[in-house]
Design a protein around this ligand. Structure first.
Ligand SMILES: [Cu+2]
Length: 351
């Protein structure tokens, strides 16, 4: 409720907040130059619609201290629910020793905050795309079908041949609308990776929603845990190349409205991925607790024991923690602005 008042305030002071962000980042000065160099004509078809929605959201609350009527995002209409998505791992199907998935790129309008619609590009109809999960050393085969209106690819992080890298001009390159390809490679190294579209302009193809987490379990596995996936993302709803909405798993404040339930004393493992565009850094902070941190998940021993981790664009890591006390514990971006614009949630610890 309160957050929406803050959102309105921040929207209204957009210019000053952008200056703040640029000033906080070492490479901020390069940003306007880069934007001039990136061609982005022809992909902003939904701009007027999205902008109208944000304007509508702003107008609805203008001058009213009463924000309760804002309501909630319609998960059913979106076709995915952040509370299911947070524990949803897609292991595909194993045929003849090869682990296989089918991924369809399609355009889809999604609601990222109550009343705020976004013309997303999706893998399998959801943002983030499915969390693909395999075991170290397996052969993987991903059949990619482009049912969208623009050329797209799937670029996986990992170690593989150039022709399977999903970038324009190499191997199958851009996959045109109505076309498909097959990416085939081995699941190495173990860790927490990601996949995303690599068509140009790159920032736009990622920001529109074409990304997902990619988990490769070590051969010996990891200790049993309640496993969660959190993809830190954001949405530039008025196409000014800065985000108006921030979240984990797309829907602003989803885990404030309905906290993530975990059990006291149980090991909780969080696969944390930062796919945010237009901001250089993101972060995760847990209240009243600390966690072990495994950068990129590529080692079995934690590097840090901390309560806050910062990730750059495309960076990810695994967090492990236990909650010693029951109750309601906040987690959020320690970039306060992101937290106030949606990147905030609670754990409800029971038992
Ligand atoms: Cu794309």
């Amino acid at each position: 409720m309160l957050q929406w008042g803050l959102m309105r305030k921040l929207w209204e002071s957009k210019v000053s907040r952008r200056r703040l962000i640029g000033g906080a980042a070492a490479t901020g000065a390069a940003l306007p130059v880069l934007h001039e160099l990136v061609p982005h004509n022809g992909i902003h078809g939904g701009a007027s619609t999205a902008e109208a929605a944000v304007e509508h959201q702003r107008a609805a609350h203008s001058g009213s201290g009463h924000l309760g009527a804002v309501g909630r995002v319609d998960n059913a209409a979106n076709g995915f629910d952040p509370h299911e998505l947070v524990r949803d791992f897609d292991e595909g199907v194993v045929r003849n020793g090869v682990r296989e998935w089918e991924i369809l790129a399609e355009n889809r309008e999604i609601e990222v905050a109550p009343g705020v619609k976004y013309a997303a590009w999706t893998y399998n109809g959801r943002v983030p795309g499915p969390t693909l999960r395999a075991r170290e050393g397996e052969r993987l085969r991903v059949r990619f079908v482009n049912g969208s209106h623009h050329p797209h690819t799937m670029h996986f992080h990992g170690v593989h041949r150039d022709v399977m890298d999903g970038v324009p001009g190499v191997g199958a390159g851009n996959i045109d609308p109505g076309h498909s390809t097959v990416y085939e490679f081995d699941a190495v190294p173990f860790g927490l990776h990601l996949y995303h579209c690599h068509s140009t302009p790159l920032a736009d193809h990622i920001a529109k929603g074409l990304y997902g987490a990619f988990v490769i379990d070590p051969k010996g596995g990891r200790p049993p845990a309640d496993e969660l996936v959190m993809v830190m993302n954001g949405f530039d709803t008025n196409f000014d190349r800065s985000n108006e909405v921030y979240a984990v798993n797309t829907v602003a404040f989803a885990y404030v409205n309905d906290p993530i339930e975990v059990k006291r004393g149980e090991l909780v493992r969080i696969y944390l991925v930062n796919v945010l565009e237009f901001d250089f850094l993101n972060s995760f902070h847990i209240h009243a607790n600390f966690f072990d941190y495994y950068p990129t998940g590529t080692k079995l021993e934690p590097r840090d024991f901390t309560d806050t981790v910062i990730q750059g664009q495309g960076e990810r890591g695994i967090l492990e923690l236990r909650f010693p006390y029951p109750g309601r514990y906040m987690f959020h971006a320690h970039v306060s602005e992101f937290a106030e614009l949606g990147w905030m949630g609670f754990f409800e610890v029971t038992g």
